[in-house]
Structure formats: C-alpha cells, structure tokens
Design a protein around this ligand. Structure first.
Ligand code: ATP
Ligand code: MG
Length: 455
C-alpha cells in the first residue's frame, strides 16, 4: 500500500523553478554523461540518492544516471566506459577519479518463478534483473519513494512517479508498493531503511517499519557478501555511530551481528558498548577528516565483547592463554562470517589486534621491544586505547605504552633494565622459533614492573 500516492505510475513533473537542484551541484562527469546521452537522442536522468540528497541540500557521494540507452549503446558513446555486473548489468563511465554509473531503465517482467530471459526470481528473491523497461517501470522497482526521483537534463525538471518529492519534503522513507513483499524480494532493503534513516535523519514510515519484527529474520539468510558491502556503508561511511544505534533500535542487529547483540546483553555488556561506540565514533571522526579507515579495526571492535568473554571462559577452564585467544579469535570470525562476509585479509588483522591485547600486559624488556616492532603494533595499540577509555582495566597500561613508544631506544632499554624474569604465562607461550636460542638471564624484576596493571 502506498498512502501518499493513490495513483502510482502517474507522473508528476516538478519544473525547474519549483525545486532547488542546480547544475552547479552536479559533478562534471555526470553532466558530461547526461548531455552526451541526450545529444545522441537518448533519455538521460540523474537518479536515486543524488537527486534525493540534492533536494535536501546535501552533497551526494556519487551521481548515478538512468537512461533508455542499453549498456552497449553507452559503450559506443564513451571511450572511457566499461560494462560491469551480471546480476545487474551496468556501464561505468570513468573520468579520472570519478566514476559515473549509467543504468538502463529496468522493467518488471512480472514475478515469475524461473528465468524469463533477463529476470530471475528464486523463493521470492530477485537474483538477476536485466529486463529493460520504461522509466515508469524503472521507478516502481526502486526501494524507497525518495530514491525514485529523476532529474531530467533535457528541461531540468524532476519527474516523480511515486510521491517521492513530497516524502523528501516530509523527510520520510516509504517503500514503493507493499513493504512486506518488497522486503521478501530483498531483505537488505530493511538495512537500507535503517541506514538511510540514520544518515538523512528521515523517519521510517510506520508501515515500512512494521514488518521488521517478522521479516528481520530473513537477514540471517541474506548473502554474506552483500551484508559485508552494506555493513561498510553503515559503519565506515561517516555515520557509523548513528547507524549502529538505529540498527540496534530497529531490532535487526541480532539478525546480522548475533554475537555482538548477545555480548551487549550479557555481563560486561555496558563496558563493551563503550568500546564499540567509541570505535564507531573514532571511525566517524576519521572519515570526517578524510583519513583512511579499515573494516578490520571496526569489526574487531564490533566483536570484541564476544571474543573477550569467550577467551576468559577458556582460560578459566585451564586452556593456555595464547592458545585460548587464538582459538576463540578464529571461532568468532568464522561464526560472524556466516552472516557478514569477512574477507581473509581483514580477518587476519582482526585476529592479530585481539591476540596482541594480552601481550601489552607483559613488560619484559625483550617482549616490549618485540611488540613495538610488531607490524600490527599500531592497530593493536589504538585498540588498547579504545578499551582504556571505556572502563576496561587497562588505563595504566595504555598510558605506559603511549609513553614508551615515544622514548628513544636506548633510554627505553635503560629504563627497562636487563631482561627480567619470565612470567608464568610466557614460559609456555613463547614462539617455537625462539625456544632454541632462548637463554634468558633470570633476574629479579624491579618492583615498578612486576604488577601487570595496578588498577
Ligand atoms: P547512498 O547515498 O548511500 O549512495 P543510495 O540511495 O544512492 O544511497 P545506492 O546503493 O547508491 O543507494 O543505490 C542507488 C539507487 O538504486 C537507490 O537510490 C535506489 O533507487 C536503487 N536501489 C539500491 N538498492 C536497491 C534495492 N535493494 N532495491 C531497490 N532499489 C535499490
Ligand atoms: Mg548512491
């Protein structure tokens, strides 16, 4: 049902003087694509998130174009063009660092149960969508009304087939068509609702939110690769903290990050929340400053509560600590990867960040220098500070490592003195390669360095 538009598919044309989109706000690459398509006799529109963002005075992060030209037509018009995608065939036109995505209008083809040439629906889900259609059909298969507005380069008007223009003014996310059916077709739309509502400060229409309780579970079976992409958009695009809170509030967190949801609910959950939210806020701040961010660090924070609790349990059960951390790290990553894909290179970094945490407590000279030289020291140290800032009992350790890494090698060596007594857990945990050449001189530790952490 679509309350705002009793007559879906009927176009409303908002002329240039009745909206605020100016060509000055559109990227030069997108303008060139729009004009060239138009001059070649094709329809050419700016569409989707860019139109929505421009209408609310925002700065779009990318500019997508919709046209009646086929991908092959587009390739003939642009030398700097490549065709991509199988599930969803598209043309990418490249201008230096800018990529303009050009999509051919897609039609409905009806909901059939098998391949009908271009569109394939399996168990109600669309798995392939390459049936060309009209602009009206293209509008109706988009997710939210505010994402289905078309800016026409021919006369600078905005075309609205679904009541999206009004919904932008009212700042509300409303699904096109029957919400439950649209979520069944593609459960990731539930996450898109949550993410866009957080990013844009739009409300989710009540009838778009109502199915979450019943259909949220479908996200547990969504393709992990898509959930990875969507997670990056939620947590690493500058609105991570807001997105996380909205996800938790929506009741959908458990379907996508079950270990995180569980760890938040248990003993120590509030401390873990602190670490996680500080990680998200730190990531948002880095994005705002134009610095690089890595999914590994943030995913390490998302899963820290689960890793720490499980490792402590194993250790209490008598498992050797290093082994416990290693096993638990691998297990947690494998469990989470059933839901959200974790590419191997990120999993490896996450594991290193976690496994280095207990090693910060060991302040023997040799081990201190080894840890300082570890390729993952920086990430692990940043993670230690995250924990230290949120009431975990590592604040003194954090300060200590902050101080020692700024010291010249000789001064630090002098302060740490000669190699100190091996602690109980290091005796069995030393790497095998070291065991042969290990001839540790046993001296009594200076008092200041004996306690792992005085707090
Ligand atoms: P963002 O600002 O985060 O890029 P966006 O709305 O532009 O938001 P994209 O993923 O870039 O999101 O998608 C571009 C457009 O494609 C959307 O505006 C929407 O019209 C359509 N679209 C994207 N994902 C879906 C989906 N799962 N179902 C239907 N339409 C979709
Ligand atoms: Mg977009």
């Amino acid at each position: 049902m679509n309350e705002s538009n009793p007559n879906p598919g009927a176009v409303r044309i908002i002329p240039r003087e009745a909206h605020n989109i100016s060509r000055k706000q559109i990227s030069s690459g997108a303008l060139r694509v729009l004009y060239r398509l138009n001059e070649a006799g094709y329809a050419a529109y700016l569409v989707g998130g860019a139109v929505r963002d421009l209408l609310i005075g925002g700065r779009p992060k990318d500019f997508d174009v919709a046209t009646d030209a086929t991908p092959e037509d587009v390739r003939r018009l642009f030398r700097n063009c490549r065709l991509i995608g199988r599930r969803f065939r598209l043309a990418h036109v490249v201008f230096g660092p800018e990529i303009v995505e050009v999509a051919t209008f897609r039609g409905n083809g009806g909901d059939v149960d098998e391949a009908d040439g271009g569109r394939q629906v399996v168990d109600g889900r669309i798995v392939r969508d390459n049936v060309w259609g009209t602009i009206e059909e293209d509008a109706l298969r988009r997710d939210f009304t505010v994402n289905a507005l078309y800016y026409d380069i021919a006369d600078f008007s905005v075309r609205d087939y679904v009541g999206g223009f009004e919904d932008v003014q009212r700042r509300v996310l409303r699904l096109i068509g029957d919400p439950a059916q649209r979520y069944r077709e593609d459960p990731v739309r539930m996450l898109r609702a949550v993410r866009l509502s957080a990013k844009l400060a739009f409300a989710i229409a009540p009838d778009a939110r109502a199915p979450f309780a019943e259909l949220g579970e479908l996200l547990a079976h969504a393709p992990p690769a898509r959930l990875f992409d969507e997670s990056l958009k939620m947590f690493l695009a500058g609105n991570g903290l807001k997105s996380f809170r909205a996800l938790e509030q929506s009741g959908l967190l458990g379907a996508v990050f079950p270990l995180t949801a569980r760890a938040l609910a248990f003993r120590g959950g509030e401390t873990f929340r602190g670490v996680l939210e500080a990680g998200l806020a730190g990531t948002d701040a880095r994005v705002a400053e134009g610095k690089s961010v890595t999914p590994a660090f943030l995913f390490a924070a998302m899963l820290w509560g689960a890793v720490r609790a499980q490792a402590e349990r194993e250790i209490a059960r008598g498992v050797e600590p290093n082994l416990a951390w290693q096993r638990v790290s691998l297990h947690v990553i494998a469990e989470q990867a059933k839901h959200v894909a974790i590419p191997r290179r990120f999993g490896q970094v996450m594991q290193e960040i976690w496994m280095l945490q207990p090693r910060f407590a060991d302040r023997q000279k040799k081990r201190v220098f080894r840890l300082l030289a570890h390729p993952r020291f920086r990430g692990a140290y940043d993670f230690l500070l995250l924990r230290a800032g949120e009431g975990e009992d590592v604040a003194e350790l954090g300060r200590w490592w902050t101080r020692v890494q700024q010291m010249p090698h000789d001064a630090l060596a002098a302060e740490l003195g000669v190699a100190t007594v091996a602690t109980a857990d290091s005796a069995g945990g030393a790497p095998a390669a070291d065991a042969t050449k290990k001839r540790r001189r046993r001296r009594r530790k200076p008092a200041a360095q004996t306690a792992g952490d005085p707090q």
